[in-house]
Design a protein around this ligand. Sequence first.
Ligand SMILES: O=P(O)(O)OC[C@H]1O[C@H](O[C@H]2O[C@H](CO)[C@@H](O)[C@H](O)[C@H]2O)[C@H](O)[C@@H](O)[C@@H]1O
Length: 378
Amino acid sequence: MTYQNMVMPEAEIALQAAAAAATATQKPPVAPGGFLNISRKQFLEMGHSGSGGGGHSWVDSMRASSPTHINSTPSLSDDQSSWMVRHPSALDMFEEIITASKGKQIVMFLDYDGTLSPIVDDPDRAFMSDAMRATVRKLARYFPSAIVSGRCRDKVYSFVRLAELYYAGSHGMDIKGPSKGSKYKKGNQGVLFQPASEFLPMINEVYKALLNKTKYTPGATVENNKFCVSVHFRRVDEKKWSELAQQVKSVMKEYPQLRLTQGRKVLEIRPTIKWDKGKALEFLLESLGYANCADVFPVYIGDDRTDEDAFKVLRERGQGFGILVSKVPKETNASYSLQEPSEVMVFLRRLVQWKKMTLRRQFRLKRRLEELKMSFAI
Ligand SMILES: O=P(O)(O)OC[C@H]1O[C@H](O[C@H]2O[C@H](CO)[C@@H](O)[C@H](O)[C@H]2O)[C@H](O)[C@@H](O)[C@@H]1O
């Protein structure tokens, strides 16, 4: 495999070199999700000296990936208003969504961090509320449902604790079916798919190298997500972000088989294989028996750059749609938006309520028909 082959065409990272790569006159390459889009090669070649002449540095991009100061005034800016026209609230559009799904099987895909649990400083304490857990439990009773996360599958399971769901951890590189209690479980499924298993020793090696390299940067944490590794910037002083990016860069140089993506104040290191949350969504649809089915309506809810791969798949299939969880306008392939996890919960509850009502109505209708048949028979 040549180096060029190993750099995936869609490989993207939002890093400072937009400053180095983009001159003051050039527009930085902004990708859906609001992040800069540069190749691994560009990243390794770039400098890390802050915002530079480009004005829109990777530092700006990293900051924008998870803004801490959101304008709380009720009036929307022009930008926000026009974005909301293009990506209306999934709550406001609930009736339209239901109408579009008519006669089709809704399948639910849920990202974890920032979607089911609020973003917090400590990744080990990103707990999901009991109310959200109860909601997702009910959801899985009425619709095939999957959690699709960048986290290690075991870790996301330890937060969600619902055995009746499908789980796709490590950005979809570790897929497992429900261990019990799902009527949508197909056969006796254990681990369904681990397309990057050959990378396991390398990921462990990189994890250790990153731990070692970043140990003197206050606030930096490295998370082993099994088939990928996260380097967290959230608790690092912004003045030290360039230094931390340099450390990541020096480790990455030794591993051309790995690529970088950017999430919310996090850099994610993962194999160059052509597998992402979008591929995981397709794999799960196939596992559920909806591969070439026109009567399926997948709904994917996520907040991060890596969720864009899934939104894009849905857009290209022309089936179902994506919902971006964001308080701020972002370039996205999602059709609708929700502001935060609490709105996600309201949306999921409405789906459950609607399904319950529909089933009750169908049941009453069936009973009435049987009664009528009986009365004619007498
Ligand atoms: O695909 P996801 O389930 O959204 O996982 C993406 C990353 O999520 C976690 O990091 C993010 O959430 C943390 C807790 O709120 C936050 O501290 C961090 O800044 C966010 O980037 C997780 O820790 C990462 O490993 C995942 O890759």
